[in-house]
Ligand binder design. Structure first.
Ligand code: G3P
Length: 214
């Protein structure tokens, strides 16, 4: 499973990429607004660090989505154009797939939406599991359903599990065979941690000190 960082903060990408585990980055308008930096410069800086960076169109009509997406794609070959799951978005996804521009369909909340995006030619789809949890549903069940459908169909579209909120989401997505997980910085930082690792290392180092003193 590929691991992406869900952020618009270049320093966070640098930090996690240095671990040697990062396959890409997803951004969205809310994350970009939170950082308040120039969007093109941010995307370009991230493209130098990872091979896959999702940049979301803010246009809502087909022609404008195509224009905006083509501009993003011209910035760097690592850019993936993120398109919302609407009928106008489906048309744009299809257009981009015909022109060899990679896409990530965002705001996927149902299996029919996932199927339509795949059929339109999306490179990846982003089902948002945390937001389903927020409204009292079990977001991970959507991933289970989508992966079941994918088993029986020859879709090339990768399933990118988005809106993850805690390490268990990542484990569950991996167990279901999802292709990619995008993870917020705070959650990513929790992944290497285990109290027994810390306690074990402390003990090893203190025991080592005892013999090196003599
Ligand atoms: O990038 C899209 C997605 O991961 C958003 O997550 O936490 O705002 O639902 P969240």
């Amino acid at each position: 499973m590929k691991l992406f960082l869900d952020t618009a903060n270049v320093e966070q990408v640098k930090e996690i990429a240095a671990w040697g585990v990062l396959d890409g980055v997803t951004t969205n308008p809310s994350l970009v607004a939170k950082e308040g930096n120039d969007f093109e410069k941010t995307v370009m800086a991230m493209c130098k660090l990872v091979p896959c960076v999702s940049a979301q169109v803010t246009a809502t009509q087909f022609d404008d989505m195509v224009m905006q997406g083509k501009e993003y794609a011209s910035w760097h070959k690592h850019v993936v154009v993120k398109v919302p799951m609407t009928t106008e978005g489906l048309k744009a996804i299809h257009h981009f797939s015909q022109h060899n521009i990679k896409t990530n369909t965002t705001l996927v909340f149902s299996v029919p939406q996932a199927i339509l995006a795949a059929k339109a030619g999306a490179t990846m789809i982003s089902p948002f599991i945390g937001r389903l949890d927020d409204i009292g549903e079990k977001g991970i069940l959507l991933i289970a359903d989508i992966m079941e459908v994918w088993k029986h169909n020859a879709f090339k579209t990768e399933v990118l599990v988005a809106s993850t909120r805690h390490p268990e989401h990542i484990v569950d997505a991996a167990k279901l065979g999802a292709h990619i997980c995008t993870i917020p910085y705070e959650v990513f930082k929790k992944l290497p941690m285990h109290p027994l690792t810390d306690a074990g290392l402390e003990k090893f180092l203190s025991d080592w000190k005892k013999i090196t003193k003599n």
